[in-house]
Design a protein around this ligand. Structure first.
Ligand SMILES: Cc1cc2nc3c(=O)[nH]c(=O)nc-3n(C[C@H](O)[C@H](O)[C@H](O)COP(=O)(O)O)c2cc1C
Length: 182
């Protein structure tokens, strides 16, 4: 395992419009971060017109281009102290809750768990009724299904996994983790 001081934060973004803007804002305040995009995230960032914000964070960006999720190897090298997944779609939450690792982001979560690197997950579907941002700044009402809420609750029981419900909790959890590493 590498010395903590040389380790970085891994931040995965999935294909969610919900709190994507805010997640990018938090990312722009952090240092020593690598970003990992799901295939859907790469599309959604374009659709919402957030490519410039992503680039302005100045962080290295890894895309989901390979069947075996090659960038996951970086976890085996001990490069990261923490994995943040924000925002996390109901799709990725469901896969992670049932132990799937068939995409870059679900692989990062699985390998973080297997190498005992803590994860912080902001799940989109944390309440029965939500206001969500659609492309072109339209707000829409969404009603997560019971299965979506159940999957979030299941994931929250995983070892070394903190599920947060809003941006304030996400910011707090990241800062707590960074302070704990010093
Ligand atoms: C404009 C747009 C916005 C979306 N926003 C969300 C969202 O807020 N939450 C969600 O769970 N899925 C959302 N989706 C659907 C996901 O992108 C889709 O389920 C995708 O397969 C997720 O893949 P991933 O989990 O690998 O990123 C959105 C799709 C589109 C086209």
């Amino acid at each position: 395992m590498k010395a903590v001081s040389t380790q970085r934060l891994a931040w995965a973004i999935t294909g969610s419009g919900h709190y994507l803007r805010e997640s990018l804002e938090i990312l722009s305040t952090l240092q020593d971060v690598d970003i990992f995009l799901s295939r859907a995230a790469a599309e959604i960032i374009q659709q919402y017109g957030f490519q410039a914000q992503l680039e302005e964070t100045g962080h290295r960006v890894y895309q989901d281009k390979t069947a075996s999720s090659v960038p996951v190897e970086l976890f085996y090298q001990g490069k990261y102290h923490t994995l943040v997944i924000a925002p996390a779609t109901s799709n990725t939450i469901a896969k992670m809750a049932y132990g799937f690792s068939d995409s870059l982001v679900t692989n990062l979560f699985a390998q973080a768990g297997k190498t005992r690197v803590p994860s912080i997950v902001f799940a989109c579907d944390t309440a029965p009724e939500l206001e969500s941002e659609a492309p072109r700044e339209n707000m829409v009402k969404v009603y997560p299904r019971q299965i979506d809420l159940d999957n979030v609750a299941k994931l929250a029981c995983f070892e070394a996994t903190k599920v947060v419900a809003d941006m304030a909790e996400l910011t707090h959890a990241i800062h707590e983790r960074l302070i704990g590493l010093k």
